[in-house]
Design a binder for this molecule. Sequence first.
Ligand code: AMP
Length: 524
Amino acid sequence: MILGMVEFARLADLCRRLRTSPGRLDKLAMLADYLRALPPDAVGPAVAFLTGRPFPQSDPRVLGVRWLPSLTDGPAAATSLTLGDVAVAFGEIAEAGGAGSRRTRDDLLRALAARASADEREMLQRIITGEMRTGVSDGLVLEAIARAFAAPLESTRRAALRLGDLSAVAVLAARGGAAALTSASVRPFVPLLPMLAQIAEDFEDVLEAHGGTSALEYKYDGARIQLHRDGERVGIWTRRLSEVTRSLPDVVETARRELGAAPFILDGEVLALDAAGRPLPFQELMRRFRRVHEVDRLVREMPLTLYFFDCLMADGRSLIDEPYASRWEALTRVTGGRHLAERLLATTPEVAREFQAKALAAGHEGLVAKDLRSTYEPGGRGKRWFKLKTAETVDCVIIAVDRGSGRRSQWLSNYHLAVRDGEAFADVGKTFKGFTDRQFIELTERLWTLAVSDDGYTVRVRPEVVVEVAYNEIQKSPTYRSGMALRFARITRIRDDKAPSQATTLDELSRLYERQFATKGRSV
Ligand code: AMP
């Protein structure tokens, strides 16, 4: 059986059954049975259609139509369409793009629909609009692929991250099983999910996790890009893998003129600078990313600066399984040393702190610390990459305190911190960090005088002492009444100059929380 002979009606029938069976496991079994029975060359389009896509994810073609034209010429055909017919017709429709092509596309669609049964027409309509309503997520299809072709879920998932395309994963699995998935390679113009960084508190932890040496780089507060080039063809993707090539002709130009060793894939950050050379806010930069018309004017108004920090492919060879040290070498080769992130190899916390001070003085967000031994893990957020940002501070009120344990059992040492919420106070975290022994003793004495209750472990106090608290991130938290928690909170000083009524408010904290996303590029 070949692609041309696989009935489209079978897929329509599967989707109808998927829609009526609520259980995830049932759906999984149906999908796996269906995929297993297909000839390998039908698997690609089948997976695309199943996930509501006319073309596989890494296929750049678009249909350019949003609905089936209504059919006036007679009843639905007796079913005869094959998956191949539909794939070919979609290809022709995509090719017919361009000015004045509306009619051609409509005609092609009408011809396709005229050959379809009522069920098949409904199925076509769903694929065109991307609304399958089968309750089948990409994740479930991934599991079904693993099950259908007896491949471990982990290697299937890994291949999906590398190839960025479920159809490609399914075809590989169908043809070569688990072994083919394990060796799935990185390809130009198939973007990979970017590797992410975990937040770290201090350089001592970072150096330990990285075996004594860390590659420190400036953390630029711009937008992440992945740049691919093969010959004269260039493609650019954002952190969320939306393609922005058309909006960034200047970056395309740089890729063609200044970068070598193609085919290559580079990972980096792009920044927009104002006339004085200072980074523009993220929202401004986003105007560049979104612009698809009259791009040239904005290119002149808002020049971009590139900082590359990783190389996932050079000379057509995938480097993601190489250690970061070698990837950086390749990056220097591709760039000839231009457009590189500022970088330093550090082995002591003192040197690291100095470099961080330099980054901050230059107006950047902080540092990213990377393990030179680590491979590139698409989509991974772990200890291989740490981000160290400047701590922000808020003024909190101490509302309770836990008795210490061990050496500190005599002291009240785990402070419950709160922000103002109208007349009341809302918890945002606890900390025992930031004080010398002497300061602990002094504060303990003071807090005992403010005690209002004591359950043997936690002593509640009148909310009078204001402290400045440094933190690295604000997180949503169901644990606290405020709904938020300060990550890595530590007390930096006691603010005796401030009354509790002058402490940070819950509203202010919410705004600080929101601001984290505004500048972090999560929206692209
Ligand atoms: P965050 O968004 O706070 O999780 O920080 C991670 C982001 O920092 C990455 O996704 C990049 O966009 C950005 N970044 C800036 N400079 C670097 C760098 N040198 N290495 C890695 N990521 C960087």
